[in-house]
Design a protein around this ligand. Structure first.
Ligand code: 5RP
Length: 223
């Protein structure tokens, strides 16, 4: 049985097969995305540039010698590579454990292909065990918490955390995720919600999963 980081490293290495020489790609945030940056740096693949989904990923890309493209300056990338906290058989995701969910959603939305790299513990039959991260404007913190309580959720302000966008994050459990696309629309409509970590209307196109038994396998959405 391989440890978690070894599985993340396997997924990250296997993702390199999808990266084309000279491409502009997006790169996500978290320990699996970091493993991907390390693997990319060692790979010898020469990119036109990479758009990071967080300040920390931007620093890592620069350290790995990969040209960094400032977020907000391009409207599309051919590939976006990022991790997730949960992935279901339709490749819908919960993301945001690392707090970069808003920039991650922007990157996923502008990607021709979204490649999600995970260790196999992230595969779930249904989304919803991992707390859902919601980034909220300061003046709306209490009102968003009230909305979430009315929806049956148990909100908790993430202690001591401020996002790269200068906002706080509420982690919420107990919401009904039976139809994630519907919940996504409801959350998007709450005033003061900047974004959330539910990726169902723009799921991943491909999962690359690092296995406990060694190696990695690719999963496409169940129809
Ligand atoms: C950050 C994320 C990460 O992709 C997610 O939390 C998974 O992290 P890790 O690769 O460290 O398990 O959404 O906002």
């Amino acid at each position: 049985m391989r440890d978690l980081q070894a599985m993340k490293d396997e997924a990250a290495r296997a993702a390199l097969a999808h990266v084309s020489e000279g491409a502009v790609i997006g790169v996500g945030t978290g320990s699996t995305a970091e493993a991907f940056v390390r693997a990319l740096g060692r790979s010898g693949i020469s990119l036109a540039g990479a758009v990071p989904s967080s300040l920390v990923t931007g620093r890592m890309l620069a350290e790995a010698g990969i040209p960094v493209i400032e977020p907000g300056t391009v409207c599309g990338v051919s590939l976006y590579v990022d991790g997730a906290d949960e992935a279901d058989p339709m490749l819908r995701l919960i993301k945001g454990g690392g707090g970069a969910l808003v920039r991650e959603k922007i990157a996923a939305a502008m990607a021709e292909r979204f490649l999600c790299i995970v260790d196999e513990t992230k595969l779930v039959p249904e989304l919803g065990s991992f707390p859902l991260a919601i980034e909220v404007l300061g003046p709306a913190l209490a009102s968003v918490e009230c909305h979430l309580c009315v929806m049956g959720g148990k909100p908790r302000l993430r202690p001591g955390f401020v996002s790269d966008n200068g906002n706080r994050i509420i982690d919420v459990t107990g919401l009904d995720l039976a139809v994630p696309e519907e919940l996504e629309a409801v959350l998007d409509a709450i005033p003061g919600v900047v974004g959330h970590g539910l990726f169902s209307r723009r799921p991943a196109d491909l999962l690359v999963v690092g296995l406990a038994s060694g190696g990695a396998r690719e999963i496409t959405a169940a129809r």
